[in-house]
Design a protein around this ligand. Structure first.
Ligand SMILES: [Zn+2]
Length: 293
């Protein structure tokens, strides 16, 4: 794992609060771009062998890509919990996109936010703003989804609608179990040292470390935090990680149990829940937005 202090050589003064560590990165010759201060809440797994540093700028709103999968849902929970616990005046703009052949992200993500608001006893609008819904259409068009996402983030930042956009991307397991060898995104294999060797500008490095807090943590860490924060029944069943197509999932009412993402979910969660594929049934609206492929 790497953190801002590794990169910038800053010293953090940690304070214990509610079993967590919190630090404030103060301006000592280096000014974070997201306000005068950057709060960092550290979330440990149960045996305290791993942790995620959730850096939160004191200036917002902050954007969050929310696919409705287990990783982005946990990040949404931790961001909202940090904002609530420390009484920050900060809003989250949840962002989800629709793909023509896999339209389920928004419907799942909307349920995820409702669940988090209920778990943390939040009023509607208290932390989560209305959903920013992007229809990215067919991924086989000229611009890939990755480029569409980049363009969209640039648009939001240039217009000062968000200060930073978070992403719950996790690391691939290391070592990789046999069932996860094929079809994985190899970009998620990159080690912290390889990452530091990429000659990124300080700003790019800073922004990536802040915005992707699970970058060097795999899904077993995510699963352990679901258990630690008592989310296995209250949040996990409302998330969906499967990337199967309509014909393999009964129009997204089931998970396919065959795609790489289903296998990864099973690998990470099976020791905590009986059925790691549990999901919410598709709504009528969701079924109507499907394009059979
Ligand atoms: Zn699947």
């Amino acid at each position: 794992m790497i953190s801002l202090s590794d990169v910038f050589g800053k010293y953090f003064s940690f304070k214990k609060k509610s079993g967590q560590q919190i630090s404030i990165l103060r301006d000592e010759g280096y000014i974070p771009r997201y306000g005068n201060e950057l709060l960092c809440a550290r979330y440990y797994n149960e045996d305290e062998t791993q942790y995620a540093d959730i850096y939160v700028p004191l200036k917002g709103p902050i954007g969050l890509w929310l696919s409705g999968g287990a990783d982005s849902a946990l990040l949404a929970f931790l961001l909202a919990k940090t904002i609530k616990d420390y009484g920050l005046n900060l809003k989250i703009l949840p962002m989800s996109f629709k793909r023509d052949d896999k339209p389920w992200n928004l419907w799942t993500a909307a349920h995820v936010i409702e669940r988090i608001e209920s778990i943390l006893n939040l009023q509607k609008g208290e932390i989560f703003l209305n959903h920013n819904f992007c229809d990215f259409g067919d991924h086989r068009q000229k611009l890939t989804h990755t480029n569409k996402i980049k363009n969209h983030i640039t648009l939001l930042k240039d217009n000062r609608l968000v200060t930073i956009v978070y992403n719950g991307l996790t690391h691939n397991p290391d070592p990789l179990p046999p069932e996860l060898q094929d079809e994985r995104e190899t970009i998620r294999d990159v080690s912290p040292q390889e990452y530091l060797n990429q000659n990124l500008s300080k700003h790019d490095l800073e922004e990536r470390i802040i915005s992707k807090p699970f970058l060097f943590l795999d899904k077993s860490f995510v699963a352990n935090l679901y258990k630690k924060h008592d989310l296995l029944e209250s949040l996990l069943p409302y998330t969906r990680s499967c990337e199967g197509f309509a014909q393999n999932t009964k129009f997204f009412k089931q998970t396919c149990k065959k795609c790489w993402w289903c296998k990864e979910r099973n690998w990470a969660f099976s020791k905590y829940v009986d059925d790691p594929y549990k999901h919410i049934p598709a709504s009528e609206k969701m079924k109507k937005s499907c394009v059979a492929v």
